[in-house]
Ligand binder design. Structure first.
Ligand SMILES: Nc1ncnc2c1ncn2[C@@H]1O[C@H](COP(=O)(O)OP(=O)(O)O)[C@@H](O)[C@H]1O
Ligand SMILES: Cc1cn([C@H]2C[C@H](O)[C@@H](COP(=O)(O)O)O2)c(=O)[nH]c1=O
Length: 216
């Protein structure tokens, strides 16, 4: 049975790498994929991984009907054996419904990849719809780690290394940005709740308040 699978995790846990591996293994066996993405860091119409691999993809626009896009391709004599949708958190809920329709009405597997929650730990609307509709939600096996060594489960947005909680839901960016840019850091829940990033933890450790007191 074809499936809608949602591969989810924090930023930087290997989702795009897995998407590219699925694409590689299937295309190596002569299968034809339709690859969708939206707002990848590498630029328009790209699906990229931090391991350096990149492939071309269809850049999804506002209001674009993904089911109609696949049907158009098929009706022009193209083949679609599977669909990959990266950065799926940026898709609209309607577009997730269209991907589910691709599975149900066209008998095509759809593999969607994305982060579940934003920097405020709120669900992205597209990810919420995926959780609601997917046949399976798969959490990636390679765990990203918080600075404390615990499994990272949350995405923090940072400015100058300090976690911020105000701002637009969508700001394309990366982990390990230069200090003056908006960046992201993955954290465990405990440190996300305490807004403690690696930089603020380091600063706290160096603060005289927490240095051992020596008798003079
Ligand atoms: N230099 C490196 N050597 C080995 N693995 C790396 C290197 N850089 C990144 N990675 C791996 O790539 C993962 C990020 O992959 P990517 O597909 O870009 O993540 P995502 O799409 O989930 O944000 C990291 O968690 C790490 O495992
Ligand atoms: C937490 C969060 C992230 N984003 C953006 C930042 C990146 O461009 C992508 C995630 O990409 P990745 O391949 O999973 O690293 O999402 C955002 O716009 N808003 C957020 O709250």
């Amino acid at each position: 049975m074809p499936e809608l699978v949602f591969f989810s995790g924090t930023m930087d846990c290997g989702k795009s790498t897995l998407a590219l591996q699925i694409e590689h293994n299937r295309s190596a066996r002569g299968l034809a994929g339709m690859i969708f993405t939206r707002d990848d860091r590498a630029g328009e119409g790209k699906l990229s991984s931090r391991l350096g691999l990149v492939t071309d993809a269809v850049e999804v626009g506002d209001g674009q009907d993904l089911y109609a896009h696949v049907v158009d391709h098929l009706s022009q004599g193209g083949r679609v054996d599977y669909v990959i949708a990266d950065e799926a958190q940026f898709l609209a809920p309607d577009q997730i419904d269209q991907l589910a329709r691709v599975v149900d009405d066209l008998d095509v597997d759809v593999y969607a990849f994305g982060i579940t929650t934003d920097f405020r730990s709120k669900l992205f609307p597209g990810s919420q719809r995926l959780v609601e509709l997917a046949d399976r939600v798969e959490v990636l096996q390679v765990e990203a780690l918080c600075w404390c060594g615990a499994r990272a489960t949350h995405n923090a947005r940072t400015v100058g290394g300090v976690m911020v909680v105000e701002g637009a839901q969508v700001v394309v960016g990366d982990v390990a940005q230069s200090p003056d840019e908006i960046g992201y850091e993955v954290l465990c829940r405990r440190h996300h709740r305490r807004r403690m990033t690696s930089a603020t933890a380091r600063a706290a450790a160096l603060s005289p308040d927490v240095l051992p007191v020596t008798a003079t």
